[in-house]
Design a binder for this molecule. Structure first.
Ligand SMILES: [Zn+2]
Length: 327
């Protein structure tokens, strides 16, 4: 019998919901992917922290922010399924992995059954956080910016971007070394305006067309949200759509960075805006996405869909045409 335990596969393939069921831990759903309730850990002694236990079923992580509970656990706010079982069983993480393999047959293809993308991040829960639950839902700010970048690269002219747009969005052709070398780099900020990632657009046909850093969760951000101050907003799919719409004197625009709207993105839109205009690509996925997104948003705010001619996307229009389209 092998004693080797593949931690990673156990971590990723056992949905935390099944571990909660195993222990008959009942939590309440408080947002799309967030469950909350009383902390079931043996380290929890506080009578006051009633709803301190939070689970993110998509990220497959948990946290309890009770100060006393955390201090017994070495100051850690939370962890993954292995940490949870290790605490519940008072055993090592290795033993926890063996137990999980015993309890649940592991089928790697069914990561987080029915759930969208799962990106377990080793660091997600290892740090304390004053604000309850926020460490389950955050991309970490980057410590530095990419440089040198060339903001006069001919690619921008080809895409119809003006220098003002290029400078406002901080995009440029990256001249340094590394995975973003030779790509157009696009800074992505969180809601508070902190730089959390760069998207790297290939300009010589190299795949992937867009490169995003490992561990970055696109579903947690809306591109350009930090610059939007109005109560109404235009929602597009891509970075260049967003920059082109911004340039057409419609500064209040955000990009989903894809054609799906995550629960977190929905929450951001509902919280910040009263009126949303959906301007997705004029293709089958774009049109279907617009319908689906509208049906979710319409419960909370005013939604308008602008349908583009088939085969067209916003960044292919001139500023004048976009102004007319968005009137
Ligand atoms: Zn606790």
């Amino acid at each position: 019998m092998t004693t080797f335990v593949d931690f990673r596969s156990v971590r990723q393939s056992v949905p935390i919901g099944r571990v909660l069921d195993h222990y008959e831990i009942r939590l309440r759903r408080v947002g799309g992917e967030i469950l909350r309730g009383s902390c079931p850990l043996p380290t929890h002694t506080s009578e006051k922290s009633k709803y301190s236990f939070t689970v993110n079923v998509v990220l497959n992580v948990w946290a309890c922010h009770s100060v006393s509970c955390m201090s017994v656990r070495g100051g850690k706010a939370g962890g993954d399924v292995l940490d949870l079982v290790a605490l519940m069983e008072d055993c090592s993480v290795r033993e926890a992995a063996s137990k999980l393999r015993e309890w649940f047959p592991i089928i790697p293809a069914r990561i987080g059954a029915n759930l969208p993308v799962v990106h377990p991040d080793e660091d997600t829960c290892t740090k304390g956080d004053k604000e309850q639950g926020t460490d389950l839902l955050a991309n970490k700010p980057l410590p530095s910016v990419l440089s040198p970048i060339d903001q006069t690269h001919p690619y921008f002219r080809k895409r119809g971007l003006t220098l003002e747009t290029i400078e406002t969005f901080g995009v440029g052709y990256f001249q340094g070394a590394g995975v973003m070398a030779g790509r157009i780099v696009i800074p992505i900020h969180n809601e508070r305006g902190e730089l959390v990632a760069y998207a790297g657009r290939s300009i010589d046909g190299r795949e992937p067309r867009y490169r995003l850093p490992a561990g970055f969760r696109r579903s947690l951000e809306l591109f350009n949200l930090n610059r939007v101050t109005a109560q109404e907003v235009i929602v597009v799919e891509g970075f260049f759509d967003c920059m082109k719409v911004w340039q057409s004197l419609n500064p209040f625009v955000v990009a989903l960075m894809g054609c799906a709207m995550s629960h977190r993105q929905e929450e951001l839109l509902v919280r910040r805006f009263k009126r949303v205009t959906l301007l997705l690509d004029g293709d089958e996925p774009g049109r279907r996405a617009a319908e689906r997104i509208a049906s979710r948003l319409v419960r909370h705010l005013f939604v308008r869909i602008i349908e583009l001619p088939f085969g067209k996307q916003p960044d292919q229009f001139s500023s004048e045409d976009l102004r007319v389209l968005l009137l």
